[in-house]
Write a protein that binds this ligand. Structure first.
Ligand SMILES: Cc1cc2nc3c(=O)[nH]c(=O)nc-3n(C[C@H](O)[C@H](O)[C@H](O)COP(=O)(O)OP(=O)(O)OC[C@H]3O[C@@H](n4cnc5c(N)ncnc54)[C@H](O)[C@@H]3O)c2cc1C
Length: 376
């Protein structure tokens, strides 16, 4: 008997799970609300176990081919004057990690999923009804379907979570920051340098990516934000970045004009349980760590863990979900705890914090590279 799974969200978690579950003999449908692949998002690291998993999916070469080739992190002040430059290796990355634009990673995983699963764009789950033997789902497009289990990998603002677990406010813990990114085809950059402007409470970074540069605004702010209000991102970014020089005005303009930007409040998602009966959550929907916590690698590893658990308990989704949760929580919990420190280091709130961060970077570089001269 072929068992049927429905996955909501064709992001990094959902596509990985679709490929993994279909490979274990499941009939998998993925429903994605976007009309096609998205182009926005900062580069992310695929590291350690996540890298081994994507290699096992046969897409390691494509991911390595899409890798960025940043060699230096250059720090500039509000007018674009250079204050420090250190090799990228001084601030992260390892032999066991590949930095790749989020959109490319999601695209490669989606292509892999589509070879084994039915991927439907421009649709979403409207209602879920569970019984002892299955789950009946109604779609926004009007149809219905019956499944053995349903997984919500539909991101921070998960619909599946809202339908089966409750309102987002109960689980969302905002960190008092926002992140916005915009792709900038044709923007002039040095392909070897990621350049970051830092002033207290705000950063703007320009990443060469692998050909299409990406501008990222990351800043502290406690202002109200409703992700359903499409006008807010442009207003918030314009307001937050007023008065800064260098290339900030150019990229604020690009952000306002682009039709595919990423923008969200930096948030952790925390729930006491990631499943209820035959419905479970994965990736950001279950446990967003926020942008400072390796969310993409965790999403890939979580998808593999869930697929293994489902394969081990094919007729008992509840047990499969709790087995996956028991194992994956051990990875997620320490990442969630470490995020506040990381946030303060990436975007220091004060001039003193900023100066200290820059000094620490220089010292880290000197201690690692004692025998070679400073880049600057
Ligand atoms: C376009 C985009 C850009 C991003 N850029 C950044 C970034 O710059 N910095 C950062 O920290 N994080 C970013 N993220 C989030 C980051 O990708 C995740 O934190 C991480 O990769 C975990 O992945 P995920 O698959 O759980 O969630 P996501 O990558 O968020 O994927 C969720 C998927 O579900 C889809 N979806 C949402 N709601 C529904 C619904 N109701 N029905 C069906 N499908 C739905 C979304 O369109 C998306 O494809 C971005 C996410 C997206 C979608």
């Amino acid at each position: 008997m072929t068992r049927r799974a429905l996955i909501s969200g064709a992001g990094i978690a959902g596509s990985t799970l679709a490929w993994q579950l279909a490979g274990r003999g499941w009939d998998v449908t993925v429903v994605e609300k976007a009309t096609g692949q998205r182009s926005s998002g900062n580069p992310v690291d695929v590291r350690d176990d996540a890298l081994r998993i994507v290699e096992g999916m046969g897409v390691g070469d494509r991911i390595r081919a899409a890798a960025t080739s940043v060699q230096r992190l250059v720090l500039v002040d509000r007018d674009g004057r250079r204050v420090a430059a250190v090799p990228a290796s001084a601030v992260g990355g390892s032999k066991q990690s590949v930095e790749v634009p989020r959109a490319e990673l999601a695209g490669v995983l989606l292509d892999a999923a589509a070879t084994r699963a039915d991927v439907r764009f421009d649709d979403a789950i409207a209602a879920i009804e569970q019984s002892a033997t299955g789950v009946t789902v109604e779609f926004e497009s009007g149809g219905t379907g019956d499944y053995d289990l349903v997984v919500g990998s539909d991101g921070q603002h998960s619909r599946v979570r809202a339908l089966e677990f409750g309102a987002e406010e109960r689980f969302a813990h905002r960190l008092g920051m926002f992140v916005g990114t915009v792709s900038a085809p044709g923007a002039e950059v040095d392909p070897a340098d990621m350049v970051m402007l830092g002033v207290p409470g705000r950063s703007f970074s320009l990443h060469p990516s692998n050909g299409i540069p990406i501008g990222a605004f990351i800043f502290h702010s406690d202002r109200e934000y409703d992700h359903r209000d499409a006008a807010q991102p442009a207003q918030i970014v314009t307001h937050a970045y007023a008065g800064l020089g260098w290339r900030v005005p150019e990229f604020v303009e690009r952000f306002i004009a682009a039709d595919d930007v990423y923008f969200d409040a930096v948030t952790q998602i925390r729930l006491d349980s990631w499943s209820t009966g035959r419905v479970g959550l994965l990736g950001d929907a279950a446990s967003s760590v926020s942008l400072f916590g390796d969310g993409s690698s965790l999403a890939i590893v979580g998808a593999r863990t869930l697929a293994d658990a489902v394969a081990a308990h094919p007729d008992d989704p509840a047990t499969a979900f709790s087995e996956y949760e028991r194992r994956h929580r051990m990875l997620v919990a320490p990442k969630q705890r470490g995020v506040r420190t990381a946030a303060g280091q990436v975007v220091p709130r004060t001039a003193l914090g900023l100066g200290t961060r820059n000094l620490v970077l220089r010292i880290m570089h000197m201690t690692r590279m004692q025998s070679t001269p400073l880049v600057e």
